[in-house]
Design a protein around this ligand. Structure first.
Ligand code: AMP
Length: 444
């Protein structure tokens, strides 16, 4: 199959050729024809499957072929994404696909000054990529009007709900024209996502390109068991032993990120960190330097790193397991992308056995375990398998400081003192949102 056979126009084909895309990925083959026809879409697609081009290519074609020119302070298509980094990344992809089209594109997100964004919107923009909070701010200040919106795209819709954006989504939805095309992309389909889809989509076509919640098979995954207090030491040991060239490391908390970065830098290892407490410019610079290969180790929390597209990343390490099992799939989706092979290593302590079990149930696989001779844990991690059974309790179970430990209620996120879990920066307190029928993952 070729992109031309999907009905894409020549300027798009030219852009794809320059990017080296030869064959459509499965999500692209399934999404492009119905989106070109104007259908609503509900797509289950993991990150790394090529979903951005799956919605952006037909979107750009429709905007070129149909509809009036954009007027001042208006937008013709809205792409909503959960994080600032994802907004930059999706915008950059769309900009590249639109290289030979007479369309304007832009990205807006919080954490940076709003004034330049207001200026830029004055002349109108064809495609606006936005995080929900900043978009609403701009809308309330009349910097952007929605009357010309013909397509709405919700990218990583599950994550937007996880981050507590339900109320913003409801307000945006209420302000949009009723006649429009809507595309919803989500890695997972919870009840709250289905409720959102029920409100926003009109007779959508459902597509699924990979089994739900299964990590890409091109990623080799294993677990190294270790005592909690020796995790950083084990990471440094493995880094040297395995000669990892570039590693993205996930830590559960902002404090955890800073501690590991300090320790690595203390050993003259080229490391940087990103989390929600850091200014946007600092985060972007760390990410750009990592992508350019100037930083060897990037340590991140889930919020900061979600959806990042880093080409050819060979190794992802979970210094801590995520509280929400779905985040494991998102984390390891940073490697093994677009046909590359990658490896994902999780350093697991006894406290995390329930989290490990939840991941194995979700991904329907028992993760292979390896032990490092000098790091055999005093507190053994009980055996687990994909059935969810935990075969033996640890001898001295410890209470976990941050939320999720001990209980199987993985949907709730508990913040506690120093080791605060990562949360979106500067989020206002919200009322219980209309869309979110499921439990909130954390308190803003
Ligand atoms: P995404 O899932 O949209 O984040 O895309 C993952 C990566 O795959 C990005 O680096 C894209 O540039 C790349 N990609 C997307 N579609 C194709 C394709 N048809 N051929 C080759 N690479 C692609």
């Amino acid at each position: 199959m070729t992109f031309a056979s999907l009905g894409l126009i020549e300027p798009l084909l030219r852009a794809l050729e320059a990017l080296g895309y030869q064959t459509p990925t499965p999500v692209q083959a399934k999404a492009i024809p119905p989106v070109l026809e104007g259908r609503d879409l509900m797509a289950a697609a993991q990150t790394g499957t090529g979903k951005t081009a799956g919605f952006a290519l037909p979107l750009l074609q429709r905007l070129t072929m149909e509809g009036p020119k954009v007027v001042a302070n208006s937008v013709r298509a809205l792409v909503l994404v959960p994080t600032r980094e994802l907004a930059e990344q999706v915008h950059e992809a769309i900009r590249q696909y639109a290289e030979h089209l007479p369309l304007t594109t832009y990205a807006v997100y919080g954490g940076v000054s709003i004034n330049p964004q207001m200026m830029k919107l004055r002349r109108g923009v064809d495609v606006l990529v936005a995080t929900p909070g900043r978009l609403l701010d701009l809308h309330r200040q009349n910097a952007v009007k929605f009357s010309q919106v013909q397509t709405l795209i919700l990218d990583e819709a599950d994550r937007m709900l996880d981050l507590g954006f339900s109320e913003e989504l409801r307000d945006i939805y209420a302000a949009l024209p009723k006649r429009r095309q809507t595309l919803l992309f989500s890695a997972t389909f919870s009840d709250s996502i289905r409720a959102l889809a029920g409100q926003m989509l009109d007779n959508p076509l459902s597509i699924e390109v990979s089994p739900r919640n299964i990590a890409a098979s091109s990623v080799k995954q294993w677990v190294v068991t270790v005592d909690k207090k020796r995790k950083s030491e084990l990471f440094i040991h493995l880094l040297k032993k395995q000669r990892w060239s570039q590693v993205l490391v996930f830590a559960k908390t902002r404090v955890g990120v800073d501690q590991l970065v300090d320790r690595l830098q203390g050993l003259s290892i080229n490391a940087d960190g990103i989390h929600g407490d850091k200014p946007q410019a600092t985060r972007q610079r760390a990410l750009d330097r990592f992508k350019a290969g100037e930083v060897q180790i990037l340590v991140a929390t889930d919020v900061a790193a979600r959806g990042l597209d880093i080409d050819d990343l060979p190794t992802v390490v979970n210094l801590d397991l995520p509280i929400v099992a779905e985040d494991y799939v998102h984390r390891i989706g940073r490697t093994g992308r677009a046909g590359q092979t990658g490896e994902a290593i999780s350093l697991v302590c006894a406290d995390e056995v329930e989290l490990l079990s939840a991941i194995e149930v979700l991904t329907r696989q028992t993760l292979q375990r390896r032990e490092e001779p000098d790091f055999i844990p005093e507190h053994r991690v009980p055996a687990t398998d994909a059935s969810g059974q935990i075969l033996k309790k640890p001898k001295k179970p410890k209470k976990q400081k941050t939320g999720g430990g001990g209980k199987r209620n993985l949907g709730k996120w508990v913040d506690s003192g120093e080791t605060v879990a990562e949360a979106p920066a500067a989020k206002p307190v919200r009322k219980v949102p209309a869309f979110n029928t499921g439990p909130r993952k954390r308190k803003p």
